[in-house]
Design a protein around this ligand. Structure first.
Ligand code: AMP
Ligand code: MG
Length: 314
């Protein structure tokens, strides 16, 4: 098992030696390495068993750092960074050569953001390179929102997990690109479409698709528990199935294994709880998990997107 702690100097030492360290962010935990070192980044792909065509997000600590890694920053990208960084918004921007091709799976854009977590911001300030960090889970499984989640699955493969508590947002970042200056959301996430549109006007949102080479994170079978997940009307599903676990939005279904994502109907709280709930029920002695879609606005859109993917059979 890995060591857990909040020793930033220790994390820095390991990263300086091109080793991997799991880091907390406000979205989910990341599996981090020096983004400018191909050998270190290769270890991320190996440890996650992630296919090399699925590019990584790089993390920096200040807007001023952007020009070290990015060729051109569109005006709308600037406005978004100004409003949402540090935060759960990732920008796809033209990369400089200092970012190796392995990070971007050969694409000429790199996904970049400033995460909003005090420990990780302090760590980023103490090092002289950006951190490449995808979610710290085996490829295809549910993303981790606590240090324990990381340790459960990757603890044998990494030395250190910087423990920053439970992730506040709990769902991955929203990813937005600017092809021909036209903003397109490639992944729904922790900053809602409504908030983005309030700053830069209408954006396109790429729908769920089975294979999309520009955003391999849009692969359908992402974020999946090992148990079968069925989404629908929970009352009806309870009539049909036995030995189930229930993840409801608000309502109490009075079954033994159940998690209410937000008793008060708060979509932000539901987002924060979603991955932990899927993990918990995945480890219970039940046959299937049943759940329902939440209202499709705010972070509800990202929650529904993750539920939909998690329910797709492998
Ligand atoms: P993860 O950090 O595990 O959520 O994975 C990062 C995700 O960012 C990938 O799966 C892709 O969907 C997306 N991504 C990263 N870089 C790019 C890029 N250059 N173009 C499009 N999508 C990207
Ligand atoms: Mg991931």
């Amino acid at each position: 098992m890995a060591e857990l702690g909040d020793d930033i100097k220790h994390a820095k030492r390991l990263l300086d030696q091109n080793k991997l360290v799991a880091i907390p962010t406000e979205t989910v935990y990341g599996l981090a390495a020096n983004a400018t070192n191909s050998a270190a980044v290769t270890q991320i792909f190996k440890t996650k068993k992630r296919p090399s065509f699925d590019p990584l997000i790089i993390h920096i600590h200040s807007f001023e750092q952007l020009s070290e890694y990015i060729i051109n920053i569109p005006e709308k990208a600037k406005l978004l960074a100004d409003r949402f960084w540090p935060g759960a918004l990732t920008l796809l921007l033209q990369k400089k050569d200092i970012i190796p091709d392995i990070v971007t799976s050969g694409l000429d854009t790199v996904a970049i953001r400033i995460p909003n977590h005090p420990l990780t911001l302090e760590l980023l300030k103490s090092i002289s390179y950006p951190l490449a960090a995808p979610s710290a889970n085996p490829f295809g499984y549910i993303s981790p929102t606590t240090a324990i989640h990381v340790n459960d699955q990757l603890g044998n493969n990494i030395d250190y997990i910087l423990d920053g508590g439970t992730c506040e947002v709990g769902i991955e970042s929203t990813i937005i690109g600017f092809d021909n200056d036209h903003p397109t959301v490639h992944r729904l996430g922790g900053v809602s479409i409504e908030k983005i549109e309030s700053i830069i006007g209408k954006v396109d949102v790429k729908a769920l698709s089975s294979s999309n080479p520009v955003a391999p994170g849009m692969l359908q079978n992402h974020y999946s528990p090992k148990k079968k997940l069925i989404i629908g009307d929970i009352d009806e599903l309870l009539q049909k199935h036995n030995n189930v676990g229930v993840i409801s939005f608000q309502k109490d279904y009075k079954v033994q294994h159940q998690i209410q994502l937000s008793k008060t109907g708060n979509l932000d709280e539901a987002a924060q709880c979603l991955f932990g709930a899927l993990r918990k029920l995945d480890n219970e002695n039940i046959s299937i998990i049943i759940s329902e879609y939440v209202p499709n606005h705010g972070l509800g859109r990202a929650i529904n997107d993750r539920l939909k993917r998690a329910a797709i059979e492998q």
